[in-house]
Design a protein around this ligand. Structure first.
Ligand code: SAM
Length: 414
């Protein structure tokens, strides 16, 4: 019988339900429990390997090794040393211990907790094997995560390694890209039926369009045929529960999905990505060519186009998704406000029947869209609270009048 493991799928705050839904859709027997910034579930090592390859919305999958109360650095050391580390990896591997959470014991700081757990791991190897792993804070083979929640400590081993939003398709360094798993989660939050056309009128490096195309084509999110990525579980010891996973079979399924156009390839949605800068459109196109099989990438239409010349394609309805520049990393706030006023009038006059979704951290930008927001969801983009706001554009929809910021009301999480 296969060992069942306690697993947590880490994700941006506010997106836990989206992640839970995706996990269940990929593996029907999963019973997810929502936590802050993660989804807990029990699964086999085979499931974890499959999910690492297919899941679009989580950041990483951690295997919980211990979860207990600790009131001091000594207790933290003792509980860390109790873990049978050599079952999981060999001392020749490099390690890094990351700590997060809140409510640390009195004599433990975040930095000190990392040292204590690292010492416990090294002592445990020295006792058992006479040698210890070395530390690599930049590119470790094995990552250990320590989470505190008011004296309740959870120590986990990372099965993913490089976070899942680094899918491996970014060709160039683009200044302000959305993280791939955030973009995918936002698309899922729209309730998109995988058929309606999608436009990103300020597509930058193309993240929304590329993720949406991957979703429509039912592709494994973290698999690129020409550039297979490595996962941390591949460096686990032969004694770990991952040793009897048939990774070849899991990879074969992913490869098959990549090579085989799905049934809906004939009714594949229309995807349009525009940007005012030619370089960005070139980058987006290059990214799509790496991220997607050619039979999918070739169906995307990219063009250099300023927002003011956006026209409606020949569809009664569809989605417009975008995250405009907002002045911190790109552009200026004043310019973006003007852009949004412009966009409001284009939406109102040309896009009746469509739905517009805007991602921004700035309430000021939302208030420039002179349409009534029908849904406002707060999501974390890194450390920044952002609004994912929905506007339905219907016949006779009035320009919203009223106070500045009036259309940011009660926030609703997914
Ligand atoms: C924050 S970035 C979008 C990032 C994108 N979501 C990604 O993941 O790469 C905003 C984009 O808006 C584009 N932009 C700014 N002003 C524009 C305009 N007037 N018309 C069209 N695109 C514009 C910028 O060139 C930039 O690529």
């Amino acid at each position: 019988m296969k060992t069942l493991l306690p697993v947590i799928a880490i994700c941006p705050r506010g997106l836990e339900q989206v992640v839970a839904n995706e996990l269940v859709s990929l593996s029907h027997h999963i019973k997810p429990q929502l936590k802050k910034g993660g989804v807990f579930f029990i699964a086999s090592a085979t499931d974890v390997c499959m999910l690492n390859l297919w899941a679009r919305t989580p950041t990483r999958f951690l295997i919980q090794l211990i979860r207990t109360q600790v009131k001091s650095a000594r207790e933290l050391f003792n509980c860390s040393k109790k873990i049978n580390w050599k079952e999981w990896f060999l001392p020749k591997r490099t390690i890094k211990v990351d700590v997060n959470g809140r409510g640390f014991p009195k004599d433990v700081s975040l930095r000190y907790a990392s040292l204590v757990v690292k010492d416990a791991i090294c002592d445990s190897f020295r006792d058992d094997c006479g040698t210890r792993p070395s530390i690599d804070t930049n590119s470790p083979d094995i990552r250990v995560w320590v989470n505190f929640d008011n004296n309740l400590v959870t120590i986990s081993i990372d099965s993913t390694g490089q976070p899942l939003y680094k899918r491996g398709w970014r060709a160039d360094d683009f200044i302000a890209p959305l993280k791939e798993n955030l973009a995918a989660s936002l698309i899922k939050l729209t309730g998109w039926d995988k058929k309606a056309p999608i436009i990103d009128p300020m597509c930058g490096s193309g993240t929304f369009i590329i993720e949406a195309a991957g979703i429509a084509a039912n592709l494994p999110a973290n698999f690129i045929l020409s550039k297979k990525r490595a996962f941390a579980y591949q460096l686990f010891a032969n004694s770990s529960p991952f040793s009897d996973v048939d990774i070849g079979e899991i990879l074969m399924d992913a490869e098959k999905a990549w090579k085989t156009p799905t049934d809906n390839s004939f009714t594949f949605p229309t995807f349009l990505g525009f940007d005012v800068l030619k370089d960005n459109v070139v980058t987006a196109k290059k990214n799509a060519a790496i991220a997607l099989p050619s039979y999918v990438a070739d169906k995307i239409f990219w063009d250099v186009k300023p927002l003011y010349s956006l026209t409606r394609p020949n569809f009664d309805s569809g989605l417009i998704l975008t995250n405009p520049p907002y002045g911190k990393r790109m552009g200026s706030l004043t310019l973006t406000k003007e852009l949004m006023v412009n966009l409001s009038s284009i939406l109102k006059t040309k896009f009746t029947g469509w739905t517009f979704w805007l991602l921004t951290p700035e309430k000021n930008i939302v208030s420039k869209i002179k349409l009534r927001a029908s849904e406002k969801i707060i999501v974390k983009n890194g450390d920044i609270d952002c609004f994912w706001v929905r506007f339905n554009i219907f016949e006779g929809s009035k320009f919203r009048k009223g106070k500045k910021d009036a259309n940011i009301g009660q926030s609703k999480s997914s």
